[in-house]
Ligand binder design. Sequence first.
Ligand code: AMP
Length: 495
Amino acid sequence: MVHSIPIRGEPHAHNTPITRPTIQESPLNNTAPPVADTATDTVVDKVVDKEIDKEIDTKADNTADAPKTRFSELALAPELQRAIDDLGFEFCSPIQAESLPYSLAGHDVLGKAQTGTGKTAAFLVQVVNELITVPASEERYAGEARALIVAPTRELVMQIAEDAKALTKHTNLNVHTLVGGMDYDKQRRQLHNEFVDIMVATPGRMLDFRERKDVYLDTVEILVIDEADRMLDMGFIPQMRQIVRYTPRKTHRQTLMFSATFTEEVMRLSEQWMHEPQHVEIASKSVATDTVEQHIYMVAGDEKFTLLYNMLQTISSETTIVFANRRDECRKLFDYLNAYGIKAGLLSGEIDQNKRVKTLNGFKEGKLNVLVATDVAGRGIHIDDVTHVINYSLPEEPEDYVHRIGRTGRAGNTGASVSFACEDDAFRLPAIETLLKRKITNEVPPEELLAELPEPKSPLPEQKRRPQGGGRNHGSRSHNGRDRHRGNGRGNNRR
Ligand code: AMP
């Protein structure tokens, strides 16, 4: 095969550390930094409201004092500005208006925003502008990426690449995608035919290519990590860590990270991977929850499953979403519900896209009455007649509470939400109430909702596990949870 661009051999010029301006010396640093910016100011001082689940709102008309930012005010490279004009984007959306002044000035940015807010363009505008403005190294080899964007799903990667192509259409910049489920050799051939300016990839595929030396990441000038919370939810952090290790150190690259929530884990990752990041967020508008009746049941942690089971008996003919915080918690709940004969579906990061679609359809068609979901997976649920939302555990982020209960009471219907608060999560209530700007009365659940559980209809998850190395008594259930369950109707049913 004839290669149109040089293939990187060993040893070669890039084996020495890349010398390029550090972020503070970036050629774009003459861009006026945002108001109130100081070197140490890493906390956003301005929070812009946005309406949940609405079409992109670039007018920022829900912030009386927020001026609109026109793209033309950002002094972008003319080729990029033309592409933005072609797309018909005139004003920045709130997340763009908040983050671009920082990223264009060369800062790392940690942005809190969901899909639908214009967050893709928020990072792509900086990526494209930087690659146009800073010339590529004269000595380039096949597979050397200048910008790397990692996103958790194939769909997201394809969407980002499409947007990147639209924004680079008046430039010579090439956009490559690396995703699983597509012909490896075809993706590899493309890498040999064109320089890589922008690489958009899922973590697993990215690592495959890097480990086979079809791609090099030590030339990466900008690293973008999209949907960091979903990466965590889907268990991609070990791969992501490896990918980050292949890129230049954090002071020698610009890192932009976006996440719908800023959980402790997201913040920890940002500390590890980012250099003095500016935090930018658009807050949820104080919310349209009038159509949702809200209850808080105070229970002991080991009563939660009993309460859930009994509640589901009373509302069995209706559609209920049960939220929990972690995917292992969701998996366990799902297993327990099914063991107790409740037809439940599971939506969490561990479930692949096809299965999620099937589960959602099953729920919509009434084949499943209950969905168990993590926050991240739950954001994709747009079903108008969900009657109940149950928060099995209170979310870490108050905004997630609002998103969760917003799954019910939609399209003019009324809905009910019940949150279980126990010794481990009740401390999260005040922040939720602050966000809601109202108190929610704590209730003790009625005694009948704590009635003893019946026998499970099929073995509980721990009963399915076989004793390690035992060999002989494989069929016996005598020592597993069943006996313990009999002895204690509530105590062992933690989830
Ligand atoms: P995203 O949140 O990145 O998925 O973007 C949501 C949608 O908003 C996409 O269809 C974008 O093309 C569109 N969009 C992004 N930025 C703007 C903007 N400033 N003005 C109008 N539409 C936009």
